[in-house]
Design a protein around this ligand. Structure first.
Ligand code: NAP
Length: 221
């Protein structure tokens, strides 16, 4: 794929963080407080601990308040949901992230469902996913939203493009497809049962690989 360009996602992210930081004073002026993000981590999964730490760092770097709640791995369902409800009611908390995956004994969907939709910054509650499907304003999962931002920054108008999204998870594939549809792309959603994937990928203008396997799509071959 000789004409391929690697998009500098880190540079774009740095610019985005700077723009977010610039918006914080206006929020503070309007509300009399700085915006706050609460992150909940249950257990001691190493990768999750790294994500939570970097989210906290980025939040503070943007001039916002970060509230970290680290709970033991054996935290019960009711205690976790009680914390989520407490954060829902806390006026200093504007966004709530419950770091997934949760330990096996917890019901992830029930915990996510307990998050107030207007604080659901991961965009995973049924209300958020419903708003996205209906084309209403709402909170959208960050990975597909970031991917869309990069695509628009790089390509410009996406209208009329043929897009294929490989993967149909609620976290990446499905919201990615909805976002591309809202940009007037013609969207195909592929998954593990899709036939003729190679041909479909070759025909697309935009390919979003959300499979969880490196180099599943390797350029034109
Ligand atoms: P997931 O829930 O495991 O979903 C993977 C999807 O890929 C499924 O829909 C699956 O199809 C499909 N798939 C698997 N093998 C396939 C094949 N051979 N051909 C076509 N489709 C195939 O993963 P996810 O949570 O959506 O994550 C996707 C990727 O995004 C991962 O690489 C993950 O690490 C990355 N991710 C990154 C971030 C970030 O912030 N950077 C956040 C979240 C995810 P079925 O539905 O038929 O099983």
């Amino acid at each position: 794929m000789s004409d391929a360009t690697i998009i500098d996602g880190k540079a774009f992210a740095a610019g985005l963080r700077a723009r977010i930081a610039e918006a914080v004073p206006a929020f503070t002026m309007a509300t009399g407080r700085i915006p706050g993000l609460a992150v909940v981590l249950v257990g001691d999964d190493a990768a999750s601990a790294v994500y939570v730490a970097s989210k906290g760092k980025a939040t503070i770097a943007a001039g916002m308040a970060s509230f970290e709640h680290r709970l033991p791995a054996d935290t019960g369902q009711e205690d976790l949901i009680a914390l989520v409800r407490q954060l829902n009611a806390d006026e200093s908390v504007d966004g709530i992230l419950v770091q997934l995956p949760l330990p096996k004994h917890l019901d992830e969907q029930a915990v996510v469902d307990a998050i107030a939709p207007d604080k659901d910054v991961d965009g995973l509650t049924p209300i958020s996913t419903g708003r996205l499907a209906l084309g209403l304003p709402g909170l959208v999962p960050c990975t597909p939203l970031g991917s869309l931002m990069l695509l628009k920054d790089h390509i410009g108008d996406l209208s009329g493009k043929d897009a294929i999204v490989i993967g149909r998870s609620i976290l990446v594939g499905k919201p990615m497809a909805q976002l591309l549809l809202a940009e007037n792309c013609t969207v195909t959603i592929a998954h593990s049962r899709t036939r003729n994937l190679k041909e479909r990928v070759q025909q697309a203008d935009i390919v979003v690989a959300a499979v969880g396997r490196a180099e599943m799509v390797k350029g034109t071959g």
